[in-house]
Design a protein around this ligand. Sequence first.
Ligand code: NAD
Ligand code: TYD
Length: 350
Amino acid sequence: MKTILVTGGAGFIGSHVVRLFVKKYPDYRIINLDVLTYAGNLENLKDIDTLPNYTFVKGDITDGDLVNKLFETYPIEGVIHLAAESHVDRSITDPAAFIRTNIFGTFNLIHAAKEHWKGNMEGKRFYHISTDEVYGSLGETGLFTETTPYDPKSPYSASKASSDHLVRAYFNTFHLPVLISNCSNNYGPNQFPEKLIPLCIHNIQHGKSLPVYGKGENIRDWLYVEDHASAIDVIFHRGIIGETYNIGGINEWTNIDLIRALCDVMDKKLGRAQGTSQQLITFVKDRAGHDMRYAIDSSKIQHELGWKPSLQFEEGLSKTVDWYLKNSDWLENVSSGAYEKYYDKQYHQR
Ligand code: NAD
Ligand code: TYD
């Protein structure tokens, strides 16, 4: 039985990765290490948490003793590292947590892997999950490729860039068998409602205003979360050690067009007259240092590993809205007192 350590498996993307691996590979033992911050939620995995090849460990990736103990206790052959602080707005108001988890936590994991795999790197894989935001911001044209120079602009992207550099340094210096992927914006079930799409779904449902930063002209490339999980599966198994792969949805939207499209989908599903929810759109103060455009050239993973996104955006958005409407308990549960406080602070000062 192959043992794989997944970090951050109780979060948005991590829970989809854990589910995919636990179900698709019954002969793997998946250990999910997650400290359960506000973004981590074991509810996300309740359909698979009794399966015999799944183990949850509550713990912090910055805890050196705990991480070493995991490597001593289990014959870990692979790591898929997703644990992170992931929200740009929070990195502007509270950057320290990003430095701690994203940089120090990643260092702690790669160092432990290197120490425990020393002398026997054969068959091992340390796969670091990163973001396209490390490349900075594009103008109206161009795409991020794997060789685009790093130019991070927010404390979040700078902390992810730093962790990517550390992982590459461990490959170059210690021959740690690493893989890195940089993906565009994900959307889909189980995303914490601080991020644009679930935040808007929640607010439309409750008739609350839809805060659009600046003029809403910033562009993001959106990928359905299960497509990201399938790319991670392909890269983990077939990626070339030491390589980086960009993952994207070939699906660019300005924020305002996306929010309008989402309003229309929601009006239809909620039986409201077309145009009702668009009246909730409110332009608010822009995000500090707001990156203008992200867009990914994912031809390397497409040509070399045969992966491509499976869902059209309309279908993915419709599935996402259906999930949130069907799981309004999930949304209410995660929108706890602490989140309400964050929301008030974040949006009422804009
Ligand atoms: P998320 O915020 O939903 O989940 C993060 C998870 O990590 C949570 O379960 C949290 O409890 C856990 N965690 C945080 N700090 C930890 C610590 N110190 N020790 C152990 N666990 C900890 O994030 P996400 O959106 O699922 O992103 C997952 C990864 O994918 C991140 O590395 C992120 O940078 C990357 N990524 C995200 C996107 C996106 O659009 N969401 C796009 C590209 C890459
Ligand atoms: P977000 O989901 O936070 O992802 P990221 O910042 O990692 O791209 O934001 C997506 C886009 O939506 C980004 O351009 C910021 C914008 N945005 C708003 O206009 N209003 C909001 O309330 C939020 C959360 C984001």
